[in-house]
Design a protein around this ligand. Structure first.
Ligand SMILES: O=C(O)CCC(=O)C(=O)O
Length: 290
């Protein structure tokens, strides 16, 4: 008999709490992976062209004067359907709160032919990103032992050491130190941690997983992008899930809007995650009555 979805969610959440990461396989059906990989490659090109044409920045998803830009999700609407996956959303609700939303959506393709295999840039993610622009939304150290956001990497090219599977240090989400403690101007020098942000860390592992999976990281886990020495790009999209109580607008960091017509075509499960970012809509959390 198949394990009920609620039991699977419980077991992913148990791993996430203990290790700081988990892999959910089969969120995208095998027969959809290739088409969606092409969709993300094309969407990435269109997004780059769009931001170049307006003189803005795809990195920050802002216009030439730092005004709010077009959300990356608008360029990959067919993939976005999966962002409301029952297991991924179930895990996010178990870890964060029953009321969640997507705070950031980004392209994370690692280009081919990068042979700097010693490359590391260990960090923690929003809202624990100590080098975030003007500390916009960055929690101060020492971090309280609370999961505040989950980073989800949507794997469209299988992850392996050969193509730049993400480096993580399992269980580091429970460590009070941080590899970038010295880069946060709010931390006095006597509290800097002696952890190398740009070198291998004992216990680090490189994530592997088949195309069509989602890797979920606690935002506090120490992790780093890896170089991709293969001859094909490692195509990946990123979404971050946040609880209702976390400010996702502070500092104007990556809060680009979703055009109305793109939003209207989303299934309800995905509308719930982006309503706070769509042009002309209220945040559903504000409207919640029960
Ligand atoms: O692309 C990757 O493998 C990791 C991405 C990452 O570290 C991040 O976006 O915070």
């Amino acid at each position: 008999m198949d394990t009920p979805t609620s039991k699977k969610i419980e077991s992913y959440a148990t791993q996430l709490k203990a290790e700081g990461w988990c892999l959910v396989e089969g969120v995208i059906p095998d027969d959809r992976v290739e088409d969606l990989r092409d969709h993300v490659v094309q969407g990435h090109k269109s997004a780059l062209q769009y931001y170049e044409s307006i003189g803005g920045s795809l990195g920050f998803q802002t216009g030439p004067n730092e005004e709010v830009g077009k959300n990356a999700v608008a360029f990959v609407p067919r993939l976005a359907t999966y962002f409301g996956d029952e297991r991924v959303v179930g895990i996010a609700k178990t870890m964060l709160d029953v009321h969640i939303r997507i705070s950031q959506t980004e392209f994370k393709t690692r280009q081919a032919g990068d042979t700097k295999l010693n490359h590391r840039a260990f960090h923690t993610d929003f809202p624990h990103d100590l080098t975030d622009k003007e500390q916009a939304g960055a929690v101060m150290m020492p971090f309280p032992n609370t999961t505040m956001s989950l980073t989800v990497l949507w794997i469209l090219s299988p992850f392996s050491p050969e193509n730049g599977g993400t480096w993580v240090v399992p269980r580091s989400h429970l460590d009070v130190r941080n590899p970038r403690s010295h880069l946060d101007p709010r931390n006095p020098p006597e509290l800097y941690d002696e952890i190398p942000a740009n070198a291998s860390i004992p216990g680090e592992i490189q994530l592997t997983g088949p195309a069509g999976s989602a890797v979920i990281l606690d935002s506090r886990i120490w992790h780093s992008a890896a170089s991709n020495p293969s001859n094909k790009p490692r195509v990946t999209m990123l979404t971050r899930y946040a609880p209702w109580w976390l400010s996702v607008e502070f500092g104007g960091r990556n809060n680009a809007r979703v055009p109305k017509e793109v939003f209207e075509a989303f299934p309800d499960s995905v509308k719930d995650l982006y309503r706070h970012r769509v042009e002309g809509e209220d945040d559903p959390i504000r409207k919640y009555k029960k």
